[in-house]
Design a protein around this ligand. Structure first.
Ligand SMILES: [Fe+2]
Length: 173
């Protein structure tokens, strides 16, 4: 577990500022909170949150094997990692995979999510301002619509509604 966390931290450290070590920390914190509320398996969820940014089931399995995690546990964690993407979440069967997905996507919602995505689009992805703005807006809306757990929806929709109200006040959509 310690070795795996160290490896995950190194992986995140090499990413852009939006997906750095603080993203790993926040995802684990949200995942633990959601796991508690949704009665999910805390160990699976924590390992899933730790490896979620790999977005690659095979790579996650290799990392888990390297860390000496048993096959049964590894299989459940791999589902969390492989499904942690808007295009793959429909394949998630377990509450653990849904919790990890929401823990990640809650960070794309509301004011913080929108501006985080906007800055990432403009800097790391080098998008022009208007495209970066539209893409951040789209991701915010899509993330709100695809939240998987009841707790995630409750928290996420509150953030989403406040943000939309602000945008409407400014006549920005
Ligand atoms: Fe992430």
């Amino acid at each position: 577990m310690t070795g795996l966390l160290k490896r995950a931290r190194e992986f995140h450290r090499a990413k852009d500022f939006v997906h750095g070590v603080s993203h790993l920390r926040r995802t684990r914190e949200y995942a633990r909170m959601l796991a508690h509320k949704e009665h999910a398996d805390m160990r699976i969820v924590d390992l899933g949150a730790m490896l979620h940014q790999l977005h690659d089931g095979k790579l996650a399995l290799q990392w888990l094997k390297d860390a000496g995690v048993g096959e049964k546990t590894a299989k459940r964690v791999v589902e969390c990692v492989a499904c942690c993407h808007p295009d793959a979440i429909h394949e998630a069967k377990s509450i653990e995979a849904k919790v990890v997905y929401d823990a990640d996507k809650l960070q794309w919602l509301g004011f913080a999510g929108f501006f985080r995505e906007l800055f990432c689009n403009m800097t790391a992805r080098k998008q022009p301002f208007s495209i970066a703005w539209n893409n951040a807006n789209k991701i915010e809306a899509e993330s709100a619509a695809r939240l998987q757990t009841r707790t995630g929806q409750k928290i996420g929709m509150r953030r989403h509604r406040r943000f939309r109200l602000f945008m409407e006040t400014l006549h920005i959509h």
